[in-house]
Design a protein around this ligand. Structure first.
Ligand code: URA
Length: 437
């Protein structure tokens, strides 16, 4: 007879959990037979003592088994998805899903809303008039077969144990456990039924992982879980020390994504979109099509229009515009050497682009626009940023968040390298540094 206290004690004392213990405790917690305080104690023991690769794979399976695996059936193309661990200005899913569909794969992206200083993909798309996040499994499958790309809300039946456990971890200081993060992300992606998965693991001030070592460990853990579950998984480690692109905030990011889909847009957004598309197409077994050329020609834009329209959105409708816009000026002349992603993310959040609690509403038009890039010569008094909000009283807090976040120096500077490393299934046993250039 298993008991929650025995499972907690085992992990507290540093023992690996058995398959039976893992399956039982996750299922019993989902049913409500293991109490929140017991699961909180177990999560803390896991945070402190870790889980090995076998335990983590089984924990992931138990979370998948707590719900249903999406039955998408045959949509006529290989299914491949991307997950980002979240960053400031990270609108990459918006151009990426239509691009990969334009190149011949199908992208079933079940997504979440943002919490804290990183935005959620659904919040961004909800800035488009009429667009609807909630789809049934039948609607998802039909849109995949027809358009090739779906970005929508996760269905309630997908890994319900994760929903409950993630909320508990959020309030018990146990989010930062690599096995728990990895199993949380991978259980949802495996349950989604994709055939291939590319992970964009962010590193830097604006990311969940501030330094490379834990980010690499997270990437390798997730790639290993994918392998253990027969899901072809590749991870890119990418810079999040500066915001991606020039727009941070929901409608502002949609507008920038549309520029990219029309063949323009900031170079870093284009570079990362293409890098991730190449990885996704490789996993889908699609060769002979160059995503860079498709994107530059505007070839993904018609897929975007159909993807938005299929979910009730009007891709031609004007996006919401903030009622109040203020500039942040350069305080001296020189070269813009740094734009801190965390500072910009918090500023956008305070302006109304993000939420502090799950139930909060976001402002579609709020956010930050960067008017200069790293390496640009600037003169004292020149506008560097625009702050957009419908609540002008939020500007003081946004300005405070930006204090020290913009650096102006004398030396030439360039945007930090974007793609830092790559982890694929065949090298999770090797040291990642062997691959770094
Ligand atoms: N995102 C998730 O989905 N789960 C985590 O545990 C952390 C980030």
């Amino acid at each position: 007879m298993l008991s929650a206290v025995d499972v907690i004690r085992a992990k507290r004392d540093g023992h690996p959990l058995t398959d039976e213990q893992v399956h039982w405790v996750v299922a019993a917690y989902t049913r409500g037979d293991v109490a929140d305080e017991q699961m909180a104690a177990l999560a803390m023991a896991i945070l402190l003592n870790g889980m090995d690769a076998g335990e983590t794979a089984r924990w992931t399976q138990a979370m998948i088994d707590s719900g249903e695996v999406l039955a998408l059936g045959d949509v006529g193309r290989p299914l491949v998805d991307k997950h980002s661990t979240g960053g400031v200005g990270d609108k990459i899913t918006l151009p990426l899903a239509p691009l990969v569909a334009a190149c011949g794969a199908a992208v079933p992206q079940l997504s979440g809303r943002g919490l804290g200083h990183t935005g959620g993909t659904l919040d961004k798309l909800e800035a488009i008039p009429g667009w609807r996040a909630a789809l049934s499994v039948e609607e998802i499958a039909a849109q995949l077969a027809d358009v090739g790309a779906v970005v929508c809300a996760t269905t309630p039946s997908l890994a319900p144990a994760d929903r409950k456990l993630y909320a508990l971890r959020d309030v018990t200081g146990t989010v930062e456990s690599i096995p728990l993060i990895a199993s949380s992300i991978m259980s949802k992606k495996i349950a989604e039924g994709t055939d291939g998965l590319v992970l964009d693991v962010k590193v830097g001030s604006g990311a969940f992982m501030k330094t490379e070592a834990p980010a690499r460990e997270l990437a390798e853990t997730m790639v290993r879980i994918g392998g253990a579950h027969g899901l072809a998984t590749t991870a890119l480690l990418t810079d999040m020390s500066v915001p991606l692109g020039r727009a941070v905030g929901n409608a502002l990011e949609v507008a920038e994504a549309v520029e990219v889909l029309r063949g323009g847009g900031p170079a870093d957004v284009v570079e990362l979109t293409v890098a991730l598309a190449r990885e996704m197409l490789a996993l889908a077994g699609i060769t002979g099509v160059d995503p860079a050329a498709v994107l530059a020609s505007g070839g993904a834009y018609p897929v975007w229009e159909r993807m938005i329209a299929a979910q009730g959105g009007d891709p031609a409708a004007p996006l919401p515009v903030a009622t109040h816009v203020e500039e942040v000026l350069a305080d001296r002349s020189g070269v813009l050497t740094g734009v801190d992603a965390f500072a910009v993310g918090v500023a956008a959040w305070r302006l109304g682009a993000g939420r502090a609690r799950k139930e909060d509403a976001v402002q579609a038009a709020a956010g930050v626009r960067l008017l200069a890039g790293i390496g640009d010569e600037v003169t004292a008094g020149q506008p560097l940023l625009e702050l957009h909000t419908d609540t002008p009283e939020a500007v003081t807090g946004a300005r405070a968040a930006l204090d020290g976040g913009l650096r102006i120096g004398a030396e030439p500077a360039a945007r930090p390298k974007l793609v830092l490393d790559r982890t694929a299934a065949d090298r999770t046993q090797q040291t990642a540094s062997a691959h770094r250039s």
